[in-house]
Design a binder for this molecule. Structure first.
Ligand code: ADP
Length: 500
């Protein structure tokens, strides 16, 4: 080969080497520019020599703003010594990998970053600068903080919190689980959950696991578990599936609450309720017996007082007999009511059914009740032809009670309207007054035993049992008793019972 040929070849080789180098540099530049990590280079004195777009996004400074500036513009003052430590390593030709620290952006916000720092070496191996790759790890930090919070919650919970695999192998066990079951964390991790399940309840666990595999939660399931020393505990468990990031069920978390004292309290309550029922029954039986026993002497006294009243007619002392008779009548009424209530309570309300004309009954009661008042008019519109099969005496008792209430609770003279009609297969009775009315909040309660609207106890005589007895009588007939009322305007009481 001729000398000139060799020099041409050398020139060609140099050109192609330069081209390759240029191409390589272009590729590296493209990588640096498109990286999501901040890539910075600086001199050994800390002067920034390059700054990629990701660094710009991370810290808010443009390349122009930082080139030639000292790296301390992104280092928090309290971390400046970190930089000396890094430089020290780099001068010694060492690399630093994944160093987690904090840097400051242009707007002052702190950024959690992971640093990888490498020396930049000249061809002769001398360290001439530093390259730094910064990864934003704020998101990772947030997760770590969240995890730490969750761990603290789990640790401080009063409930036992246990996690296990879908095969029942225990993977975590908090302090309360230790307190509740007596096993330490080391003793149970890796063991099967059956360590705390009484053998007769193994089936239950199978059911729970089946539910978990289906992705279902088991809520407040009351069961028994056994402690290290073999004692059984009543607990309420909530079991939820644990899913991985792809949504695949990889285990279950179990929250167990000790409900032994709740169970004990429930047992006690059951005993007390039972005892209370027994005592109540004794009381009801006593009431039936006492009111029944009282009825006989009171009836005899009443009869004798009636005779005495006749004998003393015109006598100056007859006023004493009248007063006694009046009070005895009240007493007799009260005893009669108590007797009725106690019979109802004892389930002994017996009906003597006969078929009768409702119109005749209501007419008669209205006329009789008119005799008891001079201030009120009892207006009844006759409606013949409604036959009912009912207990005549008891239905009369209900009507008397409703009409006498209308008279009692109408403080001003006025009219009381009594009406009956046949609606479908029922007899519908109503009595309306323009009396004091009943507050809305009380209207449902007035049919309860001994319930009186507050205020009426002091203003009106009564014992709060009339409507209770009436409503029980109507119920026993398969009907219902109800009221509509407006305070200050008056009330209407209705009952309906099936016709004959
Ligand atoms: P008592 O009249 O003996 O108190 P009741 O059982 O007959 O007992 O009535 C219960 C309560 O219902 C009464 O205390 C009264 O407050 C209210 N009440 C009943 N009827 C009327 C009515 N017609 N008007 C206003 N309030 C009434």
């Amino acid at each position: 080969m001729m000398k000139s040929d060799i020099s041409v070849l050398n020139t060609l080789q140099n050109v192609s080497e330069e081209n390759a180098l240029e191409e390589k540099e272009t590729i590296i530049e493209a990588i640096v520019n498109s990286s999501d990590d901040g890539i910075i280079s600086k001199t050994l004195d800390g002067m920034i020599t390059s700054w990629n777009p990701a660094a710009e996004r991370m810290f808010g400074y443009t390349e122009k703003e930082v080139i030639g500036k000292h790296i301390s513009i992104i280092i928090p003052p309290d971390r400046m010594n970190e930089e000396n430590f890094i430089i020290g390593h780099i001068r010694a030709g060492q690399k630093i990998d994944h160093f987690e620290t904090v840097r400051i952006a242009k707007d002052g916000t702190e950024k959690n970053v992971g640093l990888s720092v490498s020396p930049i070496k000249a061809k002769n191996g001398q360290v001439t600068g530093i390259s730094k790759i910064l990864r934003n790890i704020s998101f990772k930090k947030e997760i770590e903080v969240k995890q730490a919070i969750l761990a603290a919650i789990v640790d401080s919970s009063d409930d036992a919190i246990i996690s296990k695999t879908v095969d029942g192998i225990i993977t975590s066990w908090n302090q309360s689980a230790t307190n509740m079951f007596g096993f330490s964390e080391e003793e149970v991790i890796g063991k099967h959950i059956s360590i705390i399940i009484p053998p007769e309840r193994f089936e239950e666990e199978t059911g729970i696991i089946e539910n978990i595999r289906k992705g279902n939660k088991v809520d407040h399931f009351e069961t028994e578990r056994v402690t290290k020393d073999g004692t059984k505990k009543n607990i309420s468990v909530t079991v939820s599936p644990i899913k991985d990031h792809k949504g695949i069920i990889i285990g279950a978390s179990k929250t167990a609450r000790d409900i032994s004292s709740k169970k004990e309290a429930e047992k006690q309550q059951e005993l007390y309720t039972e005892r209370l029922k027994e005592l109540n029954q004794h009381k009801d039986e006593f009431m039936v017996m006492a009111s029944h026993e009282l009825k006989t002497p009171v009836t005899v006294i009443l009869a004798n007082l009636q005779i005495l009243k006749l004998l003393l007619e015109g006598d100056t002392h007859s006023a004493f007999v009248d007063k006694t008779l009046k009070q005895m009548l009240k007493l007799s009424n009260l005893i009669g009511n108590l007797f009725e209530v106690s019979k109802i309570q004892a389930g002994k309300l017996i009906l003597n059914i006969s078929t009768f004309d409702a119109n005749l009954l209501v007419k008669e009661v209205a006329a009789n009740m008119q005799q008891t008042t001079l201030t009120h008019r009892i207006l009844y519109t006759s409606n013949p032809g409604i036959a009912v099969s009912a207990d005549h005496y008891k239905i009369e008792q209900v009507i008397v009670n409703l009409v006498s209430n209308a008279i009692k609770y109408m403080t001003e003279p006025g009219d009381i309207n009594v009406k009956i009609e046949k609606t479908e297969d029922n007899l519908l009775f109503r009595v309306s007054d323009n009396g004091v009315g009943i507050p809305e909040k009380d209207i449902e309660n007035i049919f309860q035993r001994f319930y009186r609207v507050s205020g009426s106890a002091s203003s009106f005589a009564g014992s709060g049992v009339g409507l209770y007895i009436s409503s029980e009588i109507i119920k026993a007939h398969g009907g219902k008793l109800w009221a509509e009322s407006e305070i200050g305007k008056g009330s209407t009481f209705y009952f309906s019972i099936p016709c004959a």
